[in-house]
Ligand binder design. Sequence first.
Ligand code: AMP
Length: 164
Amino acid sequence: MTYSYRHVLLAADLSEQSAYVARRAKHLAQTFRANLSVIHVLDNIPMPDTAYGTVVPLDPGSSYEMLEAAKSRLTQLCDELGVEMRRRWMVWGVPGEEIVRIAEQERTDLIVVGSHGRHGLGLLLGSTANSVLHHAKCDIMAIRFPDEVANDQPTSILATSEGA
Ligand code: AMP
């Protein structure tokens, strides 16, 4: 039996701190010579059309702009990580559920999440990390942010002193 990983899934909330989690995920994938996939779940942008009718944002331009901004940040992140196009995921839904769903669909054997993110409170395990931990069938690595990362705002994930 080998104890290596073949397919790592990075859950990226695209916050400033998520660059640190991305570097750690990339390093893990390189160490195990594993494939790297990335998922971002759109949880704060109204879905244009649903079975329950069209969701009309109050500001007509806002949800489109938020979608474009998320797309461009995800593209930049994946480009810098060298993630293949077919391994980039941007989906609508509840982050914890969608991360687990894509992990199963793509048969990833390790999910990398930040221990907290946009909704995290201090050093507590964030609700998304917690949900993934309880529902995923594969291994989970929850990356704890060192103190200095809280103030670290790199424009490029590779433009940092720490190696990728
Ligand atoms: P939170 O539950 O918001 O504290 O987030 C904990 C971790 O879950 C983050 O560091 C990310 O790795 C992941 N995560 C949270 N929200 C999302 C999202 N919308 N898309 C992808 N991953 C997410």
